[in-house]
Design a protein around this ligand. Structure first.
Ligand code: GLP
Length: 257
């Protein structure tokens, strides 16, 4: 395992440190293909990147953006869709045109059409030259994207069922409607092929998942443990998210705040 770890004081320091990683990749390769997750965690990171773009410190206009996942049954025009989230938090504020974005379409459709969309996503990644940097959050149950516990490490972009626990965590976003039962997601093998993976996690609720991902056995019960097999993982955590990763308990204070 090769994890370059930064444990910092709070969410805003996490956003700064993670933005430094993203900006560093874009500086070296302005036309980088970057995978962007959704969720609460990356919102501050995206706001920090947007601020750097607005100040003229960062140019993302040649970046290609790739979606990590999407709810099945939620059309891209729906404000609850991940496609809409990425347009609002990533594409528009970072100045990435729609033509340079490979999003996932969760509009309900027959199975063969859904399979076609998943294959098209894999093809789009390949044709773009592969993902340079995949940013990921982590689910409380250790999921990456919507790869729930039990997902084979060889999995590719596909339709998959959501775990009950995930549907509970995301219930507020959909209330009073039920949370979708399924999603489209990059597979673990798809994620693992990114040249660099940046994991961002904050808060106590993620501590057990972070510990399982980096210090637990590499097994499908914790999908994020697949990261231990990767040669270039950067993890940016706040102290709360790092708190159960035992080897860190002492080391944490030694990292830059
Ligand atoms: C969601 C997404 C993941 C995300 C995770 C954590 O279900 N599918 O890509 O990383 O849950 O989200 P949050 O950052 O809101 O805790």
């Amino acid at each position: 395992m090769s994890v370059d770890l930064r444990v910092v004081t709070d969410e805003s320091a996490v956003a700064q440190a993670a933005a430094d990683v993203v900006a560093g990749v874009i500086r070296v390769r302005p036309e980088a293909v970057i995978g962007f997750p959704t969720g609460v965690t990356p919102v501050r990171l995206y706001a920090e990147l947007a601020a750097r773009v607005a100040r003229g410190e960062l140019d993302c206009s040649r970046v290609t953006a790739v979606a990590l996942d999407e709810y099945l049954g939620v059309a891209p025009s729906d404000p609850r869709s991940f496609a809409d989230f990425l347009r609002r938090h990533v594409l528009e504020p970072l100045g990435i045109s729609g033509a340079r974005a490979a999003l996932l379409d969760g509009t309900p459709a027959p199975d063969d059409v859904l399979v076609g969309r998943c294959l098209a996503h894999e093809r789009a990644i390949l044709e773009a030259g592969g993902v340079e940097l995949q940013i990921v959050g982590i689910g409380r149950n250790g999921h990456l994207g919507f790869n729930e516990p039990g997902t084979p490490f060889r999995s590719r972009t596909r339709v998959t069922a959501l775990a009950a626990a995930t549907r509970v965590v995301n219930a507020l976003e959909f209330a009073p409607d039920p949370v979708p039962m399924a999603a489209l997601t990059q597979g673990l093998a798809t994620i693992e092929e990114a040249r660099t993976i940046l994991l961002v996690a904050t808060g106590d609720a993620k501590a057990a998942a972070v510990a399982a991902a980096f210090a637990g056995p590499v097994e499908v019960s914790c999908p994020a443990s697949v990261l231990q097999r990767h040669a270039d993982v950067r993890a940016v955590l706040d102290g709360a998210a790092a708190s159960l990763w035992a080897p860190l308990a002492d080391a944490a204070t030694g990292y830059p705040a």
